[in-house]
Design a protein around this ligand. Sequence first.
Ligand code: PPS
Length: 572
Amino acid sequence: AKLMNTNLSPIPELYVSYESAQKLKTEAADLVSWDLTPRQICDLELLMNGGFNPLKGFLGKEDYESVVETMRLADGQLWPMPITLDVNEAFAKGVEEGQDIALRDQEGVILAILSITSKYTPNKAREAEMVFGADDLAHPAVNYLHNTAGDIYLGGAITGIQPPMHYDFRARRDTPNELRAYFRKMGWRRVVAFQTRNPLHRAHQELTFRAAREAQANLLIHPVVGMTKPGDVDHFTRVRCYEAVLDKYQPSTTTMSLLNLAMRMAGPREAVWHGIIRRNHGCTHMIVGRDHAGPGKNSAGEDFYGPYDAQELFRAHQDDIGIEMVDFKHMVYVQERAQYEPNDEIADRDSVTILNISGTELRRRLREGLEIPEWFSFPEVVTELRRTSPPRSKQGFTVFFTGLSGSGKSTIANAIMVKLMEMGGRPVTLLDGDIVRKHLSSELTFSKEHRDINIRRIGYVASEITKNGGIAICAPIAPYTATRRAAREMIEDYGAFVEVHVATSLEECERRDRKGLYKLAREGKIKEFTGISDPYEEPASPELRVDTEGAEVDSCAQQVLLKLEAMGLISG
Ligand code: PPS
């Protein structure tokens, strides 16, 4: 029995009228307020605009436990994902059931009022097992649950005041009721939704064409622009990619709209959730492909879910979800026929050439500036992707020297700076220990706490330089492993981090004693001196270790350059 969406009437939203909102806003200014996290802002938007219908607010204890255990709300309605307001213990102590609190965005604007009816401590391990399939931190949502989310959940009804503000791609964002109205206006009664968090390549286009044909339906390309899997192509780039290929679709049968959803990568449960969300947006069908909303490998290196688990769970709940699944197997390119075909429908697979480029391979080719063939993607899409991920030899990066005072860090760093400037192409900034302590950290001492602040500042500045395509050369002592790691993490979001341990021994540094500081330190005239009266934790696995004893500065600098070349950061 084919489902037909003849009912495109509006679905309930949680917003009050404009007049009441103005009044509430003034009143809410006196309430205790919670500053929403980016993920909570995404959830709140879909709660308020009906995208999460039938939810009326954040889940209370009873509903939460029921959702975790049975995928249903306490009243039996299908709902697979715990939508919870997690807060820290300090905040939770100050509020109680029966109290109203204001929910603010990150600039302090009041978006909604939460009437707390439930305050509870979740069993996070259980939530991880039941919802995400394993209590394994390799799963991004499990990692979020344990390491980002607060320990107490607040549940209760939401009174919506205003939607979160978006300054980007505003014309492309639609609420469920705006899409319903559009479908009504256009006479679209059967609409198949394509959920995606990736740029559209030819395989995706073929899949959407086929799905629309199979379902005899109009097509809604419905990309997620809220939060997707860490490491994904950012949504700005993706939306430019979508816009670049939209004209390959027939405008009278296809449209695109952006969805501010915070994905959890929960595979099967997520597919069911996506179905309910698309039903709320007025769709009658949804495409579920291979490994829908998959989180990648678990900590044992295996897939969290089977490739078609999501399709199975969706199929089992299709009637409850209220929309029909258009399922697809993996699409591959058949060279002899110059077209994409579902992998499992290729009868003559022994006599044809089957081509496929995985996501990992695509990223490698982008990184190394290699060819991306036309059968795989559209030139417009590839151009956009290359703009945001230029090959490594055109990206910014950071060289981070670490070593004892007097080990030769500055000398090598200066030599490297000059050599890189001679090559040209990217601006180079030297963040030497002494320069930094003069311009960025003049108020800091050499206590552990202050050294950490100093290195974090260097890390931040280097990450900005790297992000903007420059080369940062840092040369602090940076004696602590954990702080060096923090700097690495800041920078690796934007480009390579090359840690170089200048491994001159303490004896040699003290023998050279260029600045006469070791002598003073031995005499106790300088306190907390690295190597003498303060620790230096040697890096366990730096990208490079150079030994300055018995080697010229020039040869050390050459070793660093060769390393940069081997890493693809400078072209040969
Ligand atoms: S840190 O630990 O990374 O924040 O140190 P850094 O900013 O690189 O500063 C190191 C330079 O400061 C001088 N100096 C000291 N070093 C270590 N310990 C103590 N107590 C100290 N007091 C002053 C020293 O000259 C370091 O310079 P370099 O260039 O490393 O020899």
